[in-house]
Ligand binder design. Structure first.
Ligand code: G6P
Length: 367
């Protein structure tokens, strides 16, 4: 592989724009008209397990947290998830009949690999959601679910995140079929929604640049930024905060919108932008009322929503990024795009080394 940025200034920018193409490749591998590929999901025996454990680090952990919502909702499968450095020491009572998934772009992260070995030693069936099929985690797991993101050079993960979500969404749909919690038609409908993702991603990447560049100028002057969301938008809020702090060194936190008044609201004033991630889903009204609490304290609101949400919420103090209306299952992947681009453009404006942020490494092979 030739490390070539093509027409882009940084690998991170290139990798963000590669997403329509790489998620399409991941989808091609993981989906079929039956709703999932039986050859990959069958090795996990989703029908027979009482629970699923998930362990990962960094952005891969946040992909796992989104997947927890999917496995629980669609497949009625309880998920135990933690960052690998805690998972491996927590002495979780794991039923030996259960299964465990390990998510890792590199497949070499020391704590994730140690979690895998820990679960194997306890008799659990293990699956690896990895970008590199030759990696240690892929080699040692019972089943491998490749994400097809291609080489990711930027230290801050972008395309691997959305490709991990593709693999995990299809696994959740496969689990729902295996467990009889979704009919063939329901599974097909979910897969049809997933198939729309590459096209929507392409359109969103083409349309949001002016808004993102404008907002990045504001963010680049801030010391702290708060991201909030509910449902799968909550892990996405944490991913938004992680992306921003990794590459711009601006302090950022991702919070469950409902927790705002249990702490972070005390920090909100006119110097603290609050980025609200709110597709027009079943949580929308609740998230908007949290947003209004922040606005009432002078917080500068940046609302990332869809066309329906934009029509339903009007606040003077607000900037909005408006995305197309999409099905709930692909919203996290679509809403990931403005979040990645906001972090990227903010860091570039601040003159930071976005591909190689200080103190961080692409692959963390020490504990
Ligand atoms: C490092 C990288 C992150 C990545 C994490 C987990 O912190 O900077 O982008 O999410 O490791 O890496 P893995 O290869 O296990 O996904």
């Amino acid at each position: 592989y030739l490390a070539d940025k093509g027409k882009y200034r940084h690998f991170m920018e290139k990798e963000i724009h590669e997403q329509p193409e790489v998620v399409a490749r991941a989808l091609g591998y993981h989906t079929s008209f039956e709703g999932n590929r039986a050859d990959t999901t069958s090795c996990m025996d989703f029908a027979g397990i009482p629970s699923l454990a998930i362990s990962a680090c960094g952005t891969a952990y946040l992909a796992g947290l989104i997947a927890k919502y999917w496995f629980e909702r669609y497949a009625r499968l309880p998920v135990e998830i933690d960052v690998a450095s805690e998972f491996r020491y927590r002495e979780i009572p794991l039923p030996p009949q259960s299964a465990a998934l390990f998510i890792s772009q590199s497949g070499e992260t020391a704590d994730t690999l140690a979690s895998l070995r820990y679960c194997k030693a306890r008799g659990l069936k293990t699956g690896a959601v990895v970008n590199s099929r030759e990696s240690s985690i892929a080699r040692e797991a019972d089943a491998v679910f490749p994400i097809f993101a291609g080489p990711e050079i930027g230290v801050a993960s972008t395309k691997a995140f959305t490709c991990q979500l593709v693999a995990l969404a299809t696994l959740a749909i496969g689990a729902a079929r295996a467990r009889g919690t979704a009919t063939q038609d329901e599974a097909k409908a979910l897969v049809t929604s997933l198939a729309e993702m590459p096209g929507v991603m392409g359109r969103v990447l083409n349309s949001i640049k002016p808004d993102v560049e404008l907002l990045s100028r504001e963010l680049s002057k801030c010391h702290d930024v708060l991201y909030i969301g509910r449902g799968t938008s909550f892990p996405l809020a944490m991913e938004g905060a992680l992306k921003l702090k990794e590459i711009s060194y601006i302090h950022a936190e991702g919070y469950a919108a409902g927790e705002l008044k249990h702490g972070p609201l005390a920090l909100v004033d006119e110097n603290m932008p609050v980025i609200v991630i709110a597709p027009h889903d079943r949580f929308f009204d609740k998230t908007v009322s949290n947003m209004q609490e922040a606005a009432a304290r002078g917080g500068r609101i940046i609302l990332i929503t869809d066309e329906k949400g934009a029509a339903a919420s009007k606040l003077d103090t607000m900037h909005t990024i408006v995305l197309p209306v999409v099905d709930e299952i692909i919203a996290p992947m679509i809403f990931a795009l403005p979040i990645q681009l906001l972090a990227y453009h903010t860091a570039v404006l601040m003159g930071k080394d976005v591909d190689q942020p200080r103190n961080l490494a692409k692959s963390v092979t020490v504990e």
